[in-house]
Design a protein around this ligand. Sequence first.
Ligand code: URA
Length: 161
Amino acid sequence: MEYGNRNADIMLIGEGPGADEDTQGEPFVGRAGQLMNKAFIGLGIKREEVYIANIVKCRPPQNRNPENDEAVACMDYLRSQVMLVKPKIIVLLGSVALKNILGNEYGITASRGKWIEKNGIIYIPTWHPAALLRDETKKIDFWKDLKEAIRRLEEIKKEVN
Ligand code: URA
């Protein structure tokens, strides 16, 4: 349950597959994913350029949030994905990704759009794309946060050269 470029500079981490993703074996292909793809197009990002993963690799029944033990069971897989891809930036999509990766003390409303560094990796949390389907006003934040991720990536690339 992943998609994208093994050499991606940006990795996006969601929650877990929904029904469409379960059927197609690819993350973010349902309505939320299509909305995210539109943001990518608007920002000049190619979906094939980034790497998209999820906290859990199997669909929780009735799309409930993953239980803690389910997230823990999938964490080594996700850690391997991060180690292999070595992204320069990780975008955390929503509260489940944020809490499982950075800790339960983080809340998405307070953390979104802010850079958080942990163990040498820089993260920017943002709304889960499904939240944008429920509340259109969040689209602008989502857009800003992805734009900030691209800006920071360009900065990092300049520093390296
Ligand atoms: N929501 C997620 O968190 N991940 C997907 O892959 C699809 C929807």
